[in-house]
Design a binder for this molecule. Structure first.
Ligand code: NDP
Ligand code: A1CAB
Length: 267
């Protein structure tokens, strides 16, 4: 799948915008077609035009908002003099909904995308949402999403904050789990660096195996747990009163609520 024709401008290019752009460049996007606009003029990959103000040029084919949700008003002010309108406005702003975007920006098509950090290695998850039924616009959005890893369309925008909590923030929770696993090993007396290495390699192998398996992670967990053995004793702790499920439900609920707050602030 090739990238849509025409220029791509990014407003903001930090942790996430930078990760996406670097992946696109690695997948063959022409750096000469890309412009990054930030306040500091930093963060753009080599070969990409980096500006601190809107250029005196016609609107690009694709305009991506990659600054913080709290910076949406600054983006609106920056883009006010834009000449014409982009074919696609791609927003990765957590929480900020289609209505808030369309009240501030004009584009042939507005697409919300919620990536996660592993897009940097082409193993990300990107959730997409749009009102449009234009096949060309949908194909253009998918052309940007495909090099990033797994992507799917979310049918109901009301689910977008939950999707953001699960997959957008998810790597943060998984990284924290990896750290906790290592800390728990160290608490049992293992050298700290060895516990960290073992935890990370265990997570890597388990994630790859679960992703490729034809059975659920729950079934795989039971395969690790020999009857009467030690894994079952550990699983009993995680399963007692659904402790882990309860903790993660609370975790996602808190993130989802924050996304909703940011959405409300942007309306
Ligand atoms: N980090 C993640 O894992 C994920 C983030 N997101 C979303 O991605 C967006 C960006 O997050 P993240 O990359 O982490 O944030 P960062 O703080 O790393 O990056 C923000 C970028 O916006 C630029 N910026 C800030 N203000 C302006 C402005 N007024 N005009 C132009 N550029 C500006 C910053 O550069 P400068 O300061 O030089 O202007 C910087 O390049 C957020 O909306 C977030 O919800 C979505 C999914 C996952
Ligand atoms: O923390 C945030 O607000 C963003 C949204 C998903 C991941 N990072």
């Amino acid at each position: 799948m090739s990238f849509p024709a025409g220029p791509l401008w990014l407003i903001g290019c930090g942790n996430m915008g930078g990760a996406m752009l670097r992946r696109w460049l690695a997948a063959g996007l022409d750096p000469a077609s890309v412009t990054v606009i930030t306040r500091s003029g930093t963060g753009a990959p080599a070969g990409v035009r980096s500006l601190t103000a809107l250029p005196d040029e016609a609107a690009p084919a694709t305009l991506m908002l990659a600054l913080k949700p709290q910076q949406i008003d600054a983006a609106q002010a920056l883009l006010a003099p834009l000449q014409g309108q982009p074919q696609m406005l791609l927003s990765i702003l957590a929480g900020v909904d289609h209505a808030a975007l369309s009240a501030r920006f004009t584009a042939d098509t507005i697409v919300r995308a919620m990536p996660n950090l592993p897009v940097a290695i082409g193993k990300g998850v990107t959730s997409l949402y749009t009102y449009t039924e234009s096949e060309d616009a949908i194909a253009a959005a998918e052309a940007f999403a495909a090099p990033l890893g797994h992507y799917e369309w979310i049918a109901d925008e009301a689910h977008f904050d939950a999707v953001t909590a699960l997959a957008g923030s998810g790597p943060g929770f998984v990284f924290r789990f990896a750290d906790a696993l290592a800390q728990a090993g160290a608490a049992l007396g293992l050298p700290v660096d060895q516990a960290a290495r073992l935890a990370m390699a265990t997570l890597e192998g388990s994630a790859i195996m679960a992703a490729d398996a034809d059975v659920s992670p729950a079934v795989l967990a039971d395969r690790v747990a020999s009857p009467g053995g030690s894994t079952r004793e550990g699983l009993n702790v995680l399963d007692r009163d659904e402790a882990l499920v309860t903790l993660l439900t609370e975790t996602l609920t808190a993130s989802e609520r924050r996304n909703a707050e940011m959405a409300a602030a942007a309306r």
